[in-house]
Design a protein around this ligand. Structure first.
Ligand code: GLN
Length: 286
């Protein structure tokens, strides 16, 4: 009996001990450990996702510019890429420049100037670059770096509604208005002779000359051409595309890190939908 009792007590004690051990460890038993481990992994994954998102929102710490200021030239008479809304410069290029600078952690200063001065100002070190619906050309590549292209453009021909010009073939011997230093200006000179081309500092001035009868047509990029034609009932676009071109950001040849940073920012901001949304805001898909 004694023994039996002792055995019973011992068994009871062992059971109690087993229960205590089970309570102490059982709560964190193998079954429960698995989800906890999973949670940690999920948290780690969630943190990674957060980090990715905050990187694309807040961007990288750019270090290509000592003063932290990205100085870009433009010619704000080129709607919808750059133009004035009251005293504010707005447009596709202005928004893209701001988005890139934001992403890289730079302040951006956009300087409005004649289009034909932008590349010279980059070469002389006054500007870090230019964003101006600028077409990549072999000639320009000798003076500046170009970012990857963020848009395409077409050279268009604007005539008055009563014009006898119906196609490019009718331009021979006609007076062609252009914007000085642009690709449209260069192509017109090459194809129709310098004597037949009158270049103006601003595209808008060439259009005024067309309306006044001082030139017979204007060759200019399609996006501003569209804006000019929409703004005046007397104008029309010829249904013919003169050339197709890639727009890119011109950057100083002295700073390859800046080129890398801008290309990286362009890629991220294209992939996350920022740049497509900017273009859609100014040129809604029809
Ligand atoms: N795309 C043209 C060029 O690069 C015109 C640009 C502009 O006038 N802003 O020459």
């Amino acid at each position: 009996m004694k023994n039996k009792k002792t055995t019973k007590v011992l068994i009871s004690l062992m059971l109690i001990l087993a229960m205590l051990v089970s309570v102490a460890c059982g709560g964190n038993g193998a079954e429960d450990e698995t989800p906890e481990t999973d949670t940690v992994v999920e948290e780690a994954e969630a943190e990674e996702t957060d980090a990715d998102e905050s990187e694309s929102a807040a961007g990288l710490e750019g270090n290509a510019l000592d003063d932290g200021v990205l100085d870009l030239g433009t010619n704000a008479a080129f709607p919808p890429y750059e133009f004035y809304d009251g005293d504010q410069m707005v447009g596709i290029d202005i928004d893209i420049a701001k988005a890139i600078a934001d992403y890289l952690g730079y302040e951006v200063k956009i300087h409005d100037m004649e289009f034909s001065n932008i590349i010279a100002s980059i070469e002389s070190g006054k500007l870090d670059g230019g964003i101006a619906g600028m077409t990549v050309t072999a000639d320009r590549l000798e003076s500046v770096n170009f970012s990857n292209s963020y848009a395409t453009g077409i050279q268009s021909i604007i005539v008055t509604k009563d014009s006898e010009i119906g196609s490019i073939d009718d331009l021979e011997g006609k007076k062609i208005g252009t914007q000085f230093g642009t690709t449209g200006d260069m192509y017109a000179q090459d194809d129709f002779g310098i004597d037949n081309v009158q270049a103006f500092d601003k595209g808008a001035d060439a259009v005024v000359a067309l309306l006044a009868g001082n030139v017979d047509c204007v060759i200019i990029d399609s996006a501003p051409a569209q804006s000019f034609v929409e703004a005046d009932d007397n104008l029309q676009l010829l249904d013919t595309n003169y050339t197709e071109e890639d727009y890119a950001i011109a950057l100083t040849k002295d700073n390859d890190t800046l080129l890398e940073e801008v290309n990286y920012a362009l890629e991220v901001l294209t992939d996350d939908g920022t740049i497509p949304a900017i273009i859609e805001k100014y040129i809604p898909a029809k």
